[in-house]
Design a protein around this ligand. Structure first.
Ligand code: ZN
Length: 223
């Protein structure tokens, strides 16, 4: 019988790993009203004999996940979901040029994970306060729930409109148990139209409404 671990290693060699995570750095973008992310040298090799940084982040800083607890009273927290809850087969759809992403970007037969590329990730730069970006229409959110999507990832800071008084899209998705990944990096643009395996691992913040995450796409190499 073949060794399954060796078999998995062999299979993984057939995939390119594309990082969809924005780097965590001082002055990285943040949502208005959220904590301003800070990354500081706390100890240094020269002075203290060791390098060590201090991080100040919100639970929704940078590339991150939203757990149901973000907007649903009594909803699951990030540490209560399984470690693979945000991962799985994915399809990457093109939503460039829309202010409000319409339902027709939702494929007829989507995978467990739907990754939406709006192109706004090209604006990701230090000092950007994310108060203007594309978002999902209510109709698109309804449709993807109906078609069985379990995780929605987007390269935009939020699935809801900037400054929305009522977070209708968050509420609709999270109350149905559909999980959200936001601020995916511009590398998502290389994968438009592709089927990939999405691997997204949030930090298990206790009772966390969300958490920074490392998000990767495993993309089949062309043979
Ligand atoms: Zn969020």
């Amino acid at each position: 019988m073949p060794d399954p671990v060796a078999e998995l290693s062999r299979l993984l060699q057939g995939f390119e790993v594309v990082d969809l995570t924005n780097s965590v750095e001082d002055g990285m973008p943040y949502y208005p009203g959220d904590p301003r992310p800070t990354v500081m040298q706390w100890r240094s090799l020269r002075r203290d004999g060791v390098n060590l940084k201090l991080l100040i982040l919100g639970s929704h800083s940078g590339t991150h996940v939203d757990a149901p607890a973000h907007f649903v009273d009594g909803g699951a927290a990030v540490d209560e979901l399984g470690p693979m809850a945000f991962s799985g087969e994915a399809i990457v759809v093109d939503a460039r040029g829309y202010r409000e992403v319409p339902p027709d970007v939702v494929p007829l037969n989507p995978s467990r994970v739907l990754l939406i590329y709006t192109g706004i990730s090209a604006a990701w730069r230090r000092g950007w306060v994310t108060d203007d970006y594309p978002y999902l229409s209510r109709e698109a959110a309804e449709l993807l729930v109906k078609r069985g999507v379990r995780v929605v990832g987007i390269d935009s800071p939020s699935v809801d409109a900037p400054g929305a008084e009522e977070p209708i899209v968050h509420r609709m998705l999270l109350s149905q148990g559909v999980l959200i990944v936001e601020n995916l990096s511009r590398n998502l643009g290389r994968l438009v139209g592709k089927r990939v395996w999405f691997l997204c691992l949030p930090l298990p913040i206790r009772s966390g409404d969300g958490a920074p995450a490392r998000a990767l796409a495993l993309v089949p190499r062309r043979r």
